[in-house]
Design a protein around this ligand. Structure first.
Ligand code: TPP
Ligand code: MG
Length: 332
C-alpha cells in the first residue's frame, strides 16, 4: 500500500469534504423537488470509501454497492457533474438520466452500481470476481452492502461458492447501525456481523469504519490476499449515518444525542485534526480547500441545472417489447 503521507491526508480531507457537501447539496435540491424518487445519503460513512480507494488499484479493481451510491463512482474517477446530472434525470447523466439516484453506473471506471434490491449485489459481486478469475486477471472486486443486507440468505450461498471457487473478492459490510429503522440488535441474536464469515473459514474481522487509516490497512491486507490468489475476505466496517435512511425518514428509532455522539468521531474532523496537529496545513490553507470544495459543488449544480432532459423518444427505446409474446395484446 502507498504510504499515508501528508499529501494523502490532504487528499482525504478534500475528497471526503467534497462528498459530504455534494450530498448536502443533493438534499437541498431534493427538497426543491429538482431531484425526484428516493435519495439515500452517505453522510458519516466517508472514511470507508476514502480508506478503500487508497488500498485499491484504480486501474483495474472493481466496486459494486447498494443504493447509497453517489460518491463511490466519484471516488473511482467519474465526473461528479455527470453524477449530479443523473440525479436530476438529465441527458448528460451517467445513464443519460434513465437510472437516477439508486443506479449510478460506470463501466469505464469499473463501478458496477447502484442496486435497489437489498443484498442483490452480493451474488453479482462474486460473479464479477468469478469473471476476473476466469479471464486470468488479477483484479479484485469490492462487494459492499449494509448490515440489513447481511441478513439476506443469498449472502450465505455467495460466501459458500466464493470460498469454494477461491474468488478474488472482498465482501464489505458497512454496518451503519440501522436497516431503515431497524437496529442491528433487532435483526439477530448477535451484533458481530463479521463472524458470519467464520462459518465458511473466510478471513473476517471488524474494522473502525470512522478512521480512514484503519480502513486502508484492513482493505490493503484483504485486497493483497485476493490479488495473490488467497481468495475472499469479509470486513465489517463499524460506521454511522447522520442523516435518515432516505430523505423521508422521521428517525423516531434513535435519539439526537446518539447522532451527536458519533459526530464527535466524524471522519472528516479526525483527518483535519491530524492535519493541523502535524502541521501539514494551517487553518488558512484549510479555508482555501473548503472554498474550492464549495465552488466544485456549485459547478456540479450549474451543470445539472443547465443540462437538457432526455428526448422523450428515449423512453420507448429502452422498453423491451417482444412482438410475438403470447396472451398480452399490447402496443406502445
Ligand atoms: C429485497 C428487499 N427487501 C426490502 C427492501 C426495502 N429496503 C430498502 S433499504 C432497506 C434497509 C437496508 O439496510 P442496510 O442493508 O443496513 O443498508 P443501509 O441503508 O443502512 O445502507 C430495506 C429493508 C428492498 N429494497 N429490497
Ligand atoms: Mg445499515
Amino acid at each position: 500500500m502507498q504510504k499515508i503521507t501528508k499529501e494523502v491526508y490532504l487528499k482525504w480531507y478534500e475528497d471526503m469534504l467534497f462528498w459530504r457537501k455534494f450530498e448536502d447539496k443533493l438534499a437541498a435540491v431534493y427538497i426543491q423537488q429538482k431531484v425526484r424518487g428516493f435519495l439515500h445519503l452517505y453522510n458519516g460513512q466517508e472514511a470507508v470509501l476514502a480508506g478503500a480507494l487508497h488500498a485499491m488499484d484504480l486501474t483495474k479493481d472493481k466496486m459494486i454497492t447498494a443504493y447509497r451510491n453517489h460518491v463511490q463512482p466519484i471516488g473511482m474517477g467519474v465526473d461528479p457533474k455527470r453524477v449530479m446530472a443523473e440525479l436530476y434525470g438529465k441527458a448528460t447523466g451517467t445513464s443519460h438520466g434513465m437510472g437516477g439516484s439508486m443506479h449510478i453506473f460506470s463501466k469505464e471506471h469499473r463501478f458496477y452500481g447502484g442496486h435497489g434490491i437489498v443484498g442483490g449485489q452480493i451474488p453479482l459481486g462474486a460473479g464479477m470476481a468469478f469473471g476476473d478469475k476466469y479471464h486470468d486477471s488479477d483484479a479484485v472486486t469490492l462487494c459492499c452492502f449494509g448490515d440489513g443486507a447481511a441478513r439476506q440468505g443469498s449472502l450465505h450461498e455467495t460466501f459458500n461458492l466464493a470460498m469454494l471457487w477461491n474468488l478474488p473478492v472482498v465482501f464489505v459490510c458497512e454496518n451503519n447501525g440501522y436497516a431503515m429503522g431497524t437496529s442491528v440488535e433487532r435483526t439477530a441474536n448477535h451484533s458481530e456481523i463479521w463472524k458470519l464469515g467464520l462459518g465458511y473459514d473466510m478471513p473476517s474481522g471488524p474494522v473502525d469504519g470512522m478512521n480512514p487509516i484503519k480502513v486502508a490497512e484492513a482493505f490493503d491486507e484483504a485486497i493483497q490476499r485476493a490479488r495473490k490468489g488467497g481468495g475472499p475476505s469479509f470486513l465489517e466496517l463499524k460506521t454511522y449515518r447522520y442523516r435518515g435512511h432516505s430523505m423521508s425518514d422521521a428517525q423516531h428509532y434513535r435519539t439526537k444525542d446518539e447522532v451527536e455522539e458519533y459526530k464527535k468521531i466524524d471522519p472528516i474532523t479526525q483527518v483535519k485534526d491530524v492535519i493541523l496537529e502535524k502541521k501539514y496545513a494551517t487553518e488558512d490553507d484549510i479555508k482555501v480547500i473548503d472554498k474550492r470544495v464549495k465552488e466544485k459543488v456549485l459547478e456540479c449544480e450549474k451543470f445539472a441545472e443547465e443540462s437538457p432532459f432526455p428526448d422523450k423518444q428515449q423512453l420507448y427505446d429502452m422498453v423491451y417489447e417482444q412482438e410475438d409474446y403470447p396472451f398480452i395484446q399490447h402496443k406502445i
